[in-house]
Design a protein around this ligand. Sequence first.
Ligand code: IPE
Length: 250
Amino acid sequence: VVKVLKIGGSILTDKTRAACARNDEIDRVAAEIAKSWKDLIFIHGAGSFGHVPARKYGLPEVFDPAGLLETHSCVVKLNGLVVDALAKAGAYPMPVHPFSCTLLRDGRIERLPVAPIAEMVRRGLLPVLHGDVAMDTSRGAGIVSGDQLLSYIAKALKAEVVASGTIEDGVMAKGRTLKEITRDDLPAIGSDLGGSSGVDATGGMKGKVLELLDLADDGIDSQIFNASKDGMIIRALSGEPLGTGVRRSR
Ligand code: IPE
């Protein structure tokens, strides 16, 4: 049983301020994961460590080596904080930097070898990936969101638990949290799906839902849940339905 969990950058960082980590939240999330990380692949968002430099350099529309260097270095710093917190909490986290191993085409992952990641899991290590910049065969370079990584890896490894933790209770439409969303629901609620508070280069809630609907089209259900409340990550990892389930259309 492979599980893939993404925790959004808005939990781990202050998305309105450049490279501003929420250390208490990083420690809390790490402590929860360290209680139930068997067979887990963990992906964290970039938060203000990624979106602020990306916007400063006009990524991904502009190809800018200085911008790539600064953005990648910055998200690697956040990854270091997360890996350290997980190790301190008792797990064996191993960083996997998407920039070093992912090839995009038109902003979509074309290649990302998952065999090393699967092998880490098999041997009791915890791979820790993150939203990042990556080379793109059609545009020079692009941005790969944690949610695209979540969807790609869950599909490649046929994950049984797929969860994306955010600061919201799930997908909101018409003022309430949806129990479930399928592609058929999109026309009715599409315009309700918000972006994100703070700076965001990867589409906020809407981008997240679209990635997970792609995954649902391939027969893998997932959920979007509120990871800012104590205990929710452990519950999500146990497979308990929380927040909004993203499912295939019937
Ligand atoms: C974005 O990653 C990566 C960069 C901007 C370089 P995510 O899209 O996964 O980050 P969050 O969860 O929105 O912070």
